[in-house]
Design a protein around this ligand. Sequence first.
Ligand code: SF4
Length: 486
Amino acid sequence: MADDAIRCDACPVLCYIKPGRTGSCDRYGNRDGQLVRLDPHVMLEQARSRGESLVPFLEKSHEWDGTLVRDEETFVTAIGAGTTYPDYKPAPFIISSEVAGVDMVTVVTEGIFSYCGVKLKIDTDRHLGAECNTVRAQGEAVGHVTTSEYGSQMLSLGGVRHLTGGSRQEGTATCDALLNLCNGKAVELEIDGGAKVVVQADKPPIVDGVQEERMRVGCGSATIGMFAKQWFGKVDEVVVVDDHITGVLSEHQAGKLLGVAETGIKLKGRRSTPGRYFRVAEPGTSWGGTNISDPLSILGPFDPKIAKPGLRLLMVSTTGEQFAYFELDDALQPIESDLPTPLRESVLRIKENCEPALCTVLFMGGAGGSLRAGVTENPVKLTHSVREALTRVTCGGAPVYVWPGGGITIMADVSRMPANAFGYVPTPALVAPIEFTLKLSDYKTLGGYMDHVRPLRSIQRNDEAQRRVTSRADNPWPLRKTGAKE
Ligand code: SF4
């Protein structure tokens, strides 16, 4: 071009890039008239010693001494590899290596995902927002609250509708939130009619400015079952307050089997089965994920035919964070007093059994027709090969879960991937690394680009274009034998 600009065709934006400048996504630049991928290409090295493997993704600081590492100990990831766009081109790296005497091939590309999102698991009992309510980032709708799980609130973020189906601001805010979450950064989200929460992969959530510490030991009913024996004889009644299933010791099967006598207690809410109550209060961020700060507010009057003055009552939340101890006076009114030492131990035991609260970020995306076309001229064969476990799919060398059914729809825990593995393009869409590893003979059978296969040693060099990181010890090594169901 007249001004020496070159055109990048690595995504549909088709930037014209002047010398010394970068394109819109900062991933490609014009270096002396050459279009170059600017981030280093990440090579994964198998952890060889326990000491080394304990440090995830330890970056090599030493200079390369010229020794070629063995084929089976190096895995070429797609991070920094470049993309396949416009689809019919073979993937940027199709690398052969010999592993345990078998010729393998890894097809490597940075996929441009318009159909992608994040499933976010937030370990907290606190109510973040009603199911289906909109989740916002930078004021824009980026997802929704989905079904909560045991001890965790779940958000579903991203997806093609938020990326492409709304305003430009909505798409940009969605892409931004996904990119930051996938790259391990903190993101503030606000839920309509609910809480503000700061989330970050592998870190505790911060709900309305308060850092969550522990997830619940179980639902109220399960907590009664787990601790009934420890309470027996030390207290007459226990109520474990839970937004979903509040448990009552004397009525619960666990209490019955231990011979706990009736206490005349009356719970508000809906009795499900003996000793298990639903909806004793509204959802909230206080006791057991309810909105109550006074536990007595979920009790009705004690039955005077059964209850006795002096009756001892412990009320505790599912995390043991909140607790209160009462004794009935002559008018059968609960009067709060100090928690007796034996009961204090049981409350501490509940806390001790609660695991640390974390956020988990699962990237979810569909390897569509375009991405598969970079692997083989007959893309459906790749889908079949993945289904038959002849081809292993990884993201930055990390394991993925491949959904059953049609297509190649994957989920990957971003905290098992090397840092900053994700990028974006301003269409907007997320750029995620994806690798397909299979036997060379199987690659030939599925119509692979055999004339683009090159040996690992052809890219082994130690320049700024490469970054070598050590694999995580708890990740299966991606070059292990394929062909068996995983
Ligand atoms: S946005 Fe990035 S990948 Fe797309 S054309 Fe521009 S420089 Fe290339």
